[in-house]
Design a binder for this molecule. Structure first.
Ligand code: KG4
Ligand code: ZN
Length: 359
């Protein structure tokens, strides 16, 4: 089959990602992040992200074309005119941020007279796995757990291009967002995930029993595959607030917040509920495969627990390289490439950015 040369644009959150693929082969994956600009606010500021995308797009596209040029052994950068299609994330994500990418993609497609594919960001995360050359082809069906600062979703993938079903998602904070908020409570910098991972090293994860959201028997009917992390965040804050009480009970002991134990115990609560629900979905749908994606996959404990418990349950875990797990343009190009190879027609120009686009 013809392997389409596709350029993908991803601007749904704070990463400006431009990726180029040929068929299932990754040619370039450039990522410009505005994370530094958001760090003093403790979270992604939508207007700041949108402006940063606008500034980063042009240089990122040029860098991606240069990278693809060397990957293809050309004398210079790949020419835009050589592309077979343009792909862009149309949602879900931050509306203003998405709009910048969608506008740029339409402008490119119209001026180059190339087909344009609007794709779903979450399905894109799954498509990232296709570019993992060492992993072999993606087998179906598979359960996918996507965890980042913007989303926490559990999906059942029967076919990437035609049949992706959302089983559940977070009812409040995303998993990464919970890491960021708890880090803030602990006085650790943003983004909080890596900080908490570091603080937890060597600390006892069973020191404090924090709640596992939506895990009661009474939650199973409506929210079996859904997540909730805001109660957990509140529990951490409460636990720390009670510090003066503990101090009063033991006046001779100089009491400070045991950051390591809180971090390790909090992380354990998040990891436990993520892995438990993902493997429950595998068991109940009789699916022996679990695909992980999203920036929170960088979490060492999450990888460890997922691999360990999946093995015990007879489930194979796939984790693409981190550069493909975090938001990127290559996964968007990869999904469009699959759509093209499966015969899907391009999108018309009528689509717009859709911050709540369903899978
Ligand atoms: O996928 P990503 O790079 O961007 C989006 O959110 O879309 O994910 C970033 C999120 C942040 O919330 C960050 O705190 C979290 O992933 N994260 C982690 C770790 N590294 C990054 N969370 C837990 N443990 C980590 N090691
Ligand atoms: Zn994402």
């Amino acid at each position: 089959a013809h392997e389409p040369l596709v350029l993908g644009i991803e601007t749904s959150c704070d990463e400006t990602g431009i990726g180029i693929v040929r068929g299932r082969t990754l040619l370039s994956n450039t990522i410009a992040s505005s994370m530094d600009e958001h760090s003093r606010y403790g979270g992604v500021v939508p207007e700041v992200a949108a402006r940063a995308h606008l500034e980063a797009l042009q240089p990122s596209i040029e860098a991606a074309l240069a990278e693809a040029g060397s990957a293809l052994d050309l004398d210079g950068p790949l020419a835009l005119t050589d592309l077979d299609a343009i792909a862009v994330t149309s949602g879900p994500g931050l509306a203003g941020a998405l709009m910048v990418g969608v506008g740029a993609a339409k402008a490119l497609a119209v001026s180059l007279d190339k087909p344009l594919y609007a794709v779903n960001h979450l399905v894109g995360h799954i498509a990232a796995d296709i570019l993992d050359a060492e992993a072999g082809p993606l087998e179906y069906p598979t359960v996918a757990l996507l965890v980042s600062g913007g989303h926490t979703s559990l999906l059942l993938v029967r076919d990437l291009t035609t049949d992706v079903e959302l089983l559940g998602e977070t009812m409040d904070d995303a998993a990464g967002e919970a890491f960021d908020k708890v880090a803030r409570i602990l006085g650790l910098p943003y983004p909080g995930g890596p900080e908490i991972d570091r603080a937890a090293v060597g600390a006892d994860p069973t020191a404090i029993r924090f709640p596992r959201g939506l895990s009661r028997a009474s939650d199973m009917e409506k929210h079996r595959y859904d997540f909730s992390f805001s109660g957990l965040k509140t529990a951490v804050a409460r636990w720390i607030e009670q510090q003066p009480l503990r101090q009063a009970q033991e006046p001779d002991v100089e009491w400070t917040v045991p950051v390591g134990e809180v971090a390790a115990s909090f992380r354990e609560a998040v990891v436990d509920v993520l892995v438990t629900k993902a493997l429950d979905a595998c068991a109940r749908h009789d699916v022996p495969r679990l695909l992980l994606g999203g920036g929170v996959i960088a979490n060492r404990r999450l990888r460890e627990v997922a691999i360990e418990r999946a093995a015990a349950a007879g489930v194979t875990v796939r984790i693409p390289p981190l550069s493909l797990c975090t938001d990127n343009g290559a996964m968007i190009a990869a999904l469009a490439s699959e759509l093209i190879m499966s015969g899907r027609r391009p999108s018309t120009l009528a689509f717009g950015a859709d911050s709540t686009l369903p899978v």
